[in-house]
Write a protein that binds this ligand. Structure first.
Ligand code: FES
Ligand SMILES: [Fe+2]
Length: 453
C-alpha cells in the first residue's frame, strides 16, 4: 500500500506537482505521425500533461507542437489554416512558422509596420521530434532538454514497426502498473481449462503467446517468483514460472523512466511490444503501443490484425477511444466468461483496460493488500517516487535523464534450467545482463574499452 500522500505524488502530474515536474524532463509521445498525414494537413488538438497544444505539419513536412493561443487576441490556432510554410490564425490572418516566428500581420498597413511588429511577436512552440511513427514533445526547461531516448524500435526500418494509441479512462500509473504486474496474465488473459482455446485471429491471448505450452505454464503457475534488477534508466523485472521437467519459464519485462514498459512475451524472433502511458490529466491517459520485430518486416496481415485490435493494440474509433470501453462494460459476454475465457471480454488490450478502469480513475492505494506477486509494482513505485522526491527536494535529475543509450533494451521470454541466476538468464536470452540490444551492447563495450585504455 501507499500513504495517501505518496499516492497523490505518484498520480498527480500537473506542472506544479513533483511527478509532473519529473515527467516534464523527459520526451513524451504526443501523437502518431499518421495523425498529421501530409504537409499542410489539418492541425490536430493535443493535450498531454495538462497542457493544451496544437500539432501541425508544415509545407516542408515538419511536425511541430505549438501553443493553441494566438498571440494577437487569443484565438485558438486549431481553427487556423496551415499553408505556405506556416499556420495562419483564422481570426485576423496573423501567420507563424514552426519555429514560432511571426511571418505576417495583415491587419497592419503594408508600409514597414508589419515587419516591425512581426519581429516583436513570437508564438510559443515546444521542442518536437519525430521518430518511430510518433511525434514527441518536450515540455521541460529547454536548457535541460535531454537527448531522445534511444529505444530499439526507433532504430528499426519503418516496415518493422507498428505503433498505435488509445484513450484510457484512468490515471497513467494504474495503467503502467497493469503492465509491470505480469502475474495477472495467469488469470485475466487466460482461456479456461477445458474451454475452447481460440488461436485464430480473434485469439483472446496475446498472439505471440498463443501456443499451448506457454499458456499451460502461465495458467498452471499463478504465483511467479520475481527477480528485479535496478539500473540507470529503470528496472528489469523477471517473473519465473514452473515449466516442464525442472525448467523455468521466465517472462522478463522492462520499466523505463518515467512511463515506458516493454512487454515480456517474445521468444527470440517474435514480435516485441512496448507501451508508454502519457498522462492527459490526472484521470485519463493516452497509451501509445509499439510493436517491432528486429529480425524481419511485419507482414501485411499482421499489421492488419494490429489495426483491428490484436495483441496490445485496441480497436478504436476515429478519436482513438476503444470501441469496447467502460461506458459499454467492454461488451462483456457472460456466457463466454462461463465457458471460454476468464473475463468474457474480447481483446488483451480491452481486458487490461477493463480491469484498470474498474478501479476508478485513481485507485485508492491506501486500501491495498499487496503480496509477493506485486513485487514489480512495489519496486516501480519506489523507483519513481524516489526520483520525484530527489528532484523536488534536492533538484537532482534522475540518472535516466542523462542515459538515453540505456533505453535500447529488449524484453521477452526464456526457458532454462531452474538453477540459473537471473543475471545469467538475461545473458543467455539477450546477451546482456540488462537486455541491451546487440548494437547498443557493442557500443557500450567499446566505450568501456576506450575508458580502460
Ligand atoms: S486572434 Fe489570431 S490573428 Fe487575431
Ligand atoms: Fe495484461
Amino acid at each position: 500500500m501507499l500513504t495517501a500522500e505518496k499516492n497523490a505524488i505518484l498520480t498527480e502530474t500537473g506542472p506544479d506537482r513533483p511527478m509532473g515536474q519529473l515527467f516534464r524532463f523527459f520526451w513524451q509521445p504526443a501523437l502518431l505521425s499518421r495523425e498529421l498525414p501530409e504537409p499542410d494537413c489539418p492541425p490536430r488538438r493535443v493535450k498531454i500533461l495538462d497542457t493544451d497544444m496544437v500539432a501541425i505539419r508544415d509545407s516542408y513536412g515538419r511536425a511541430q507542437l505549438i501553443t493553441p493561443t494566438c498571440p494577437h487576441r487569443g484565438a485558438n490556432l486549431f481553427f487556423g489554416r496551415v499553408e505556405e510554410g506556416g499556420i495562419r490564425c483564422a481570426y485576423h490572418g496573423w501567420k507563424f512558422d514552426v519555429d514560432g516566428n511571426c511571418l505576417d500581420i495583415p491587419t497592419l498597413p503594408d508600409n514597414g509596420q508589419r515587419e516591425k511588429m512581426c519581429k516583436k511577436i513570437k508564438l510559443k512552440t515546444y521542442p518536437t521530434r519525430e521518430a518511430g511513427g510518433l511525434v514527441w514533445v518536450y515540455l521541460g526547461p529547454e536548457e535541460l532538454m535531454p537527448e531522445m531516448p534511444q529505444f530499439d524500435f526507433l532504430d528499426m526500418p519503418d516496415d518493422q514497426v507498428y505503433v498505435s494509441k488509445k484513450y484510457q479512462f484512468s490515471n497513467w500509473a494504474q495503467a503502467c502498473e497493469g503492465a509491470l504486474d505480469t502475474a495477472h496474465f495467469s488469470f485475466l488473459h487466460m482461456p479456461l481449462v477445458g474451454g475452447k482455446i481460440n488461436f485464430g485471429k480473434d485469439a483472446f491471448v496475446a498472439e505471440s503467446s498463443a501456443d499451448e505450452r506457454r499458456i499451460g505454464w502461465i495458467r498452471n503457475d499463478g504465483a511467479p517468483r520475481f527477480s528485479i534488477t535496478k539500473h540507470e534508466a529503470g528496472l528489469v523485472i523477471g517473473g519465473a514460472r514452473y515449466a516442464d521437467e525442472g525448467d523455468t519459464y521466465w517472462r522478463i519485462s522492462q520499466f523505463l523512466m518515467p512511463n515506458h514498459g516493454l512487454a515480456p512475451n517474445a521468444f527470440p524472433g517474435e514480435n516485441m511490444h512496448g507501451q508508454c502511458w502519457v498522462p492527459i490529466d490526472d484521470e485519463t491517459c493516452w497509451i501509445f503501443n509499439y510493436t517491432w520485430n528486429p529480425d524481419r518486416k511485419l507482414g501485411e496481415d499482421e499489421v492488419e490484425r494490429f489495426r483491428n485490435g490484436a495483441s496490445i493494440h485496441a480497436a478504436t474509433d476515429e478519436n482513438y477511444v476503444p470501441l469496447r470501453n467502460i461506458t459499454n462494460d467492454f461488451l462483456i459476454d457472460r456466457e463466454d466468461q462461463k465457458t471460454r475465457t476468464y473475463t468474457g471480454i474480447k481483446g488483451v488490450s480491452e481486458q487490461d483496460a477493463a480491469i484498470q478502469e474498474s478501479m476508478g480513475p485513481i485507485v485508492d492505494r491506501t486500501k491495498e493488500h499487496l503480496n509477493s506477486s506485486d513485487l514489480g509494482v512495489v519496486q516501480f513505485r519506489r523507483y519513481i517516487l524516489d526520483a520525484a522526491k530527489a528532484l523536488d527536494n534536492e533538484g537532482l535529475l534522475p540518472t535516466a535523464h542523462s542515459h538515453p543509450q540505456n533505453y535500447r533494451l529488449r524484453s521477452g521470454s526464456h526457458v532454462c534450467s531452474d538453477t540459473i541466476h537471473f543475471d545469467d538468464v538475461m545473458v543467455e536470452r539477450f546477451g546482456h545482463r540488462l537486455g541491451l540490444a546487440p548494437a547498443a551492447a557493442q557500443d557500450q563495450a567499446k566505450a568501456a574499452e576506450v575508458g580502460a585504455e
